[in-house]
Design a protein around this ligand. Sequence first.
Ligand SMILES: [Zn+2]
Length: 342
Amino acid sequence: MPDLVLAGTRIAAGTRAVVRLPVAHDLTGPVDIVTHGVAGRHDGPTLLLLSMLHGNEWFSALVVRAIVDRLDPATLRGHVLAVPVANAPAMLTHTRCIQDDADEPDANRTFGGPYQWLSNQVTRAISDHLFPLASAIIDYHVGDWGATMADVSWVSDFSDPAVSARSRALAVAYGFPVLHSLTIHSGLRGPRTSLGFAGERFGIPGVVAEVGGLGFGEAQEQAWIARNVEGTLGVMRALGMIDGAPPLLDRYLEVHDYWRVGPKAGGYLEPVMGLDRQFTDVHKGDLMARVIDPRTFDIVDEVHAPGHGTIFYACRAHMIRPGGWAYGVANREDGRTGWVTT
Ligand SMILES: [Zn+2]
């Protein structure tokens, strides 16, 4: 396998190194993206692992650490580029977005942007230095503290359908029972997410691994980390980078449209439907949670199911702002979402 050359630094095949990608110079000094380069001795593709484009999702940095620990460059086929903290300025304030006045504050909606805001420069460093090397991408996202996600997303409407087909195959190889089909040319996100930009502009297939969250206790969180490690190894097996077959499941819930179900009011969100209701069905009007004013103890909002669907993002009791992450409910009313075999 040729050596891995990352932003001018050469990592010899069969070795590993940490490389700092320069992003910008801020008030207190340099901003960079620390990247772990694991250069396999044998020929194969280059897999890019991205984590913490959102600065409050530090759970996924633990996943990347566990994976990097597992990799052996002496036996690896191809290279792995692993970024535990893509958005260090947002991590500093423990917030989803960088705390400046950017026109485009969300780094996972900012790829390809023309400005010099830090969010633009962070995503530009990724698209300049990492995307040109990558054959496939896993971008990890998880719930904010108190909320959990539970799906593996892929983009179904790339201009090149082959990129979509390869992305779905990687999602299946992750071995998680919820596949979430995203669209970038219609709907919420557009082509300026990590996956959207990498797939549309560079032709790179990829998945967003959204498995886990914080605030659910060590045992649950360790189980989610292990699940993500196995999923990532499954993708690497599908790509031929390590030995073995990916852990395919008998059936997957293939999700298309879904409802982001959050409160209109801020307060202390008390679930009626907790983590134990994940992957179960709700019907229109079912009471899912109440929101309590933390000062008066009045109930200031009730969260109801918007229709017949299956809960896949769930939450525990936590303090929440209006519109915050509470539930994700797969829409079962349009007849498109359902259990499939691959
Ligand atoms: Zn995220």
